[in-house]
Ligand binder design. Structure first.
Ligand SMILES: [Zn+2]
Length: 272
């Protein structure tokens, strides 16, 4: 497991891939490529970033920010502790306030992610339930609705734009459950149900293309489908390898990938 994660991490080091900036709506943009999706909220008093990818992406992110505003980055809201979302924190120390859930901070302090860089930098300001940043007459609200991908996933809500950044509570097409980081497949759907109660039109996932509320609801239902399928197999007495084969065939959890490596041993324990 350690080996698989380390390889996945080091493969992206040294050659920062090109990033693309897309306008989501009004003063909200998102940056895709290498690591998690970054949201860029521009106000008249500074920029609020959601996540900051790997450290190696810092210059690329700043180049994209500068292409839409001359305002400085004042806040970085971190969705969770993984290095593809908060690896760039180290470059904002002293210039921007970094905010995360208390659990996301703790997971960085305790080096919970195998293979993460030694200079991972935790938030300076934390919250346990909800935290709003008001800047230039605009609000960004971070909410903690419970466990899922980890035990510290914040969703970030832009009320005026009816837009939500989900972090890795929605990423790709199928969930990766980080049990070492406190994740839970049983809690995941409850967490998304709480998020779906928000007045949302547009959804920025942790990885993948921008979608809408229906896309998030579909993803939530897929998580439930996967859990029901895996629970049935485990209760029939299938072992990890057998469950893994079904997860690969039906939900894309291919053997040897970080998704399968991190999620499979955990679900065998959680769902039995
Ligand atoms: Zn993650």
């Amino acid at each position: 497991m350690l080996m698989g994660c380390w390889i996945a991490y080091t493969q992206t080091q040294g050659k920062a891939p090109a990033l693309t900036l897309n306008k989501v709506k009004d003063d909200l943009y998102e940056i895709e490529g290498d690591g998690g999706n970054v949201a860029v909220y521009v106000t008249g008093e500074g920029v609020i970033l959601i996540d900051d990818k790997f450290e190696q992406d810092h210059d690329g992110i700043m180049e994209k920010v500068k292409s839409v505003t001359s305002q400085p980055v004042k806040y970085v809201l971190t969705t969770h502790h993984h290095s593809d979302h908060s690896g760039g924190n180290v470059r904002f120390v002293g210039t921007a306030e970094i905010i995360s859930t208390a659990n996301a901070r703790q997971n960085i302090v305790e080096h919970k992610q195998p293979g993460a860089p030694a200079n991972m930098t935790p938030a300076g300001v934390v919250f346990t339930k909800e935290c709003s940043v008001f800047l230039g007459g605009k609000e960004v609200r971070a909410e903690y609705f419970g466990r899922g991908h980890t035990n510290g996933d914040a969703v970030i809500y832009f009320p005026a734009l009816r837009t939500l950044h989900t972090g890795d509570l929605m990423a790709g097409t199928s969930p990766l459950i980080d049990y070492t980081g406190g994740g839970s497949l049983i809690e995941w759907t409850k967490t998304l149900d709480a998020a779906l109660k928000l007045d949302i039109e547009t959804v920025i996932p942790g990885h993948g293309k921008v979608t809408d509320k229906a896309g998030l609801a579909t993803y939530r239902n897929n998580v439930e489908k996967l859990r029901t399928r895996a629970t049935g197999l485990i209760r029939e007495g299938k072992n990890q390898e057998e469950v893994g084969k079904v997860m690969a065939a039906e939900f894309g959890w291919n053997p040897g990938t970080m998704q399968a490596n991190w999620s499979l041993p955990g679900i065998m324990k959680e769902l039995k």
